[in-house]
Design a protein around this ligand. Sequence first.
Ligand code: SAH
Length: 215
Amino acid sequence: MQDDAELRESLVHRLVADGVIRTPAVAQAMRTVRRHRFIPAVDLPTAYADESIVVKTAGNEVLSTISQPRMVAIMLELCRLEPGGRVLEVGTGTGYNAALLFELVAPHGRVTSMEIDAGLAAVARATLAAEGYAAVRVLVGDGATGMPALAPFDAIVVTAAADEVSPAWAEQLGSNGRLVVPLVDRNVAVTLERRGPDIVTVATVPAHFVPLRHC
Ligand code: SAH
């Protein structure tokens, strides 16, 4: 039976072989962050399978999931982060992706993650602290309008599907900053980049996410 480090290594190996992980930084982040700690209810092989896992439901409605590692890697590559970068995540969920983002911008970068569900935010905050990511700021609130007080960001990554690209997110991008956002009706995630005064679309990839909720 493989231990958790071996399971992470196998997962990274597969995502590199498939061309999903393209940079050493993303490979190293996914090798480092212990995904199983963010989903303690499942066994180790399940935690490192390339699948999304439902984390919270209300009746038949899925409120929160931990994204499929493949999708996480694709979005991390699209963010094109460097050490020292400033990132806003919308939709903390378990906190797993926030930890990965922190690995990419550490030690001097800044990760802020917004979660609308206070219960999920509290659990994510505790897990992040226990795993050595106390520097990640988890804020309870509706991320639809971003976090203007902490802008500009080098990347804004939305991990729930939006009806449209909120102008607030685009406005909070710094120079060459990137916004990655899944869209509900198109089942894709679009990546926009600020180039001077313009915002241009640089990538569109298939993506299925739980919808953003509004207060
Ligand atoms: N990034 C997460 C996956 C999150 S699933 C991970 O790595 O585990 C999407 C999350 O977005 C859910 O937890 C949901 O509660 C949250 N969410 C939904 N609408 C939101 C909103 N308007 N603002 C902030 N978070 C929201």
